[in-house]
Design a protein around this ligand. Structure first.
Ligand SMILES: *Cc1c(COP(=O)(O)O)cnc(C)c1O
Length: 457
């Protein structure tokens, strides 16, 4: 009989996060102050982010200790199960062994809580009273709402307008945990008003919501901004996923040939893959890591590697990354968490250096994969996670053609029980794919100033 799932005990929750920067052959380029185009001073960020989070953002230490208070809260749902998708394997009649790390068991339904708790903790410890943030599908907003509730912090969430309409129950969840939620673009900020003036029907984007949340935070000395993806410290916190998976795969007697994560800004992808990639960087042990991104928002495969803003209005530092341009407006796909124009700095550098493979997946293929997964393993996956499943299915089919018994590990970043309206659309046959022409991409990337080349010489 084969193993179905591997569950670790509480004392096997990692005691430190893994910082891959320490092992990277080419370190990420520095973030820049947009006014001077010079490397940013950490102090420049102190009115935006908590101090310890800035320290982690810049750190080159290989291991960063997880505070006991955070580890204790991780125990609410961690360690998460590693499951072998035996029923999916049977349906695909593949020789591949498919494993998934189930981050959907967290109380908020996704991996986002792994970073929300430490971000709230460090801000609280510093004496901050209130946080602001943006959210797409509402997963990050929900996670941070719970984290703020635990640590007694106030919270303002700017929720992308299209998702505010599509996912009303995520708004209810955030409100249940005490957050103030507003649809973005809103009239509460200069950034929001500027966008609405130009386009009153703007359906919003993560980039716009970030502009609003940053603006709101810098107005008040006791408020700080938080981000649920992209940044180095977020990716750092998410390595608990891969560190646990590493132990679990070892128990299963495996080192994965292929590791897959869906890709929004890169946090769950990095979280599951970096602890394994470390063996390649330090010991030459080969592993293929695949980022599964939406065909309608393909920053890694069709974006430019260049300095760009993290938000639409241009309030953040300039970050070196693969980007579709900060004013790129992604199609209204259901995977709200993947509708972001850029990729994290660390993943971008690793991708540039050839360590990351990318697959672009059309929306209908992702929902077909989600349906197959739901009807074999029983779990209804988040629309974002279906991208990873679709990619795993592609690889399992390839393994069958090649007759190779590869082992595949993917991150199930969240469950889809709050996303049923998306499944309704799929079942009604009204869901569609969105094509994206090169001209459309050029429109938002041509205006990017060529800065990165200065640093690459
Ligand atoms: C936010 C989210 C993502 C995308 O964000 P990453 O930082 O790329 O991981 C993926 N899946 C789920 C369930 C999410 O909530």
């Amino acid at each position: 009989m084969s193993i179905k799932k591997i569950i670790l005990s509480e004392n096997e929750i990692p005691t430190a996060w893994y910082n891959i920067v320490a092992d990277m052959p080419n370190k990420p380029l520095p973030p820049l102050n947009p006014a001077t185009k010079q490397a940013l001073n950490p102090e420049d960020l102190e009115n935006v982010f908590g101090k310890e989070l800035i320290r982690q953002e810049m750190s080159q230490d290989k291991w960063i200790e997880i505070p006991d208070e955070v580890r204790d809260l991780y125990k609410i749902w961690r360690p998460t199960p590693l499951v072998r998708a035996t029923e999916l394997e049977k349906a695909l009649d593949t020789p591949a062994r498919i494993y998934f790390k189930n981050e959907g068991v967290s109380p908020v339904g996704s991996h986002k809580l792994n970073s929300a708790l430490p971000q709230a903790y460090y801000n609280k410890k510093q004496g901050i009273k209130r946080l602001t943030t943006e959210t797409g599908a509402g997963q990050w907003g929900a996670a941070l709402s719970f984290a703020c509730s635990v640590f007694g912090l106030g919270l303002d969430v700017f929720m992308v307008k299209v998702s505010y309409g599509q996912k009303p129950y995520r708004r209810s969840m955030m409100q249940t945990w005490g957050a103030d939620v507003v649809a973005s673009p809103s009239n509460l900020t200069e950034s929001g008003r500027k966008i609405l003036q130009k386009d009153p029907n703007n359906s919003g984007s993560l980039g716009i919501a970030i502009s609003e949340a940053v603006e709101m935070a810098v107005r008040d000395p006791e408020t700080r901004y938080t981000l649920g993806s992209v940044l180095n410290h977020v990716i750092l916190h998410q390595t608990v996923i891969g560190l646990e998976a590493e132990k679990q795969m070892e128990i299963a007697g495996e080192f994965p040939d292929i590791i897959i994560g869906c890709f929004g800004g890169g946090s769950n992808f990095s979280g599951i893959s970096f602890p394994f990639l470390r063996h390649q960087l330090t010991k030459g042990q080969n592993v293929r890591i695949i980022a599964a991104e939406p065909a309608s928002c393909p920053k890694l495969s069709r974006g430019k590697f260049e300095y760009d803003f993290g938000d639409t209005v241009g309030l953040t530092p300039l970050l070196p990354m693969y980007t579709l341009g900060h004013d790129f407006q992604p199609a209204d796909i259901h995977a709200g968490g993947l509708r972001y124009h850029g990729a994290g700095t660390i993943v971008s550098q690793l991708c540039k250096d050839g360590f990351v493979e990318v697959q672009d997946i059309p929306q209908l293929e992702t929902f077909e994969a989600g349906m197959l997964f739901a009807n074999t393993e029983g779990i209804i996956p988040a629309p974002e996670s279906t991208h990873a499943i679709a990619s795993a299915i592609r690889e399992a089919k390839k393994a069958k053609e090649e007759g190779k018994a590869k082992s595949i590990l993917f991150c199930l970043s969240g469950h889809g029980l709050i996303d049923m309206s998306a499944y309704d659309q799929y079942l009604a046959g009204t869901m569609r794919n969105y094509a994206l022409s090169d001209e459309e991409i050029s429109k938002s990337t041509d205006s990017l100033e060529a800065i990165a080349s200065r640093f690459l010489i």
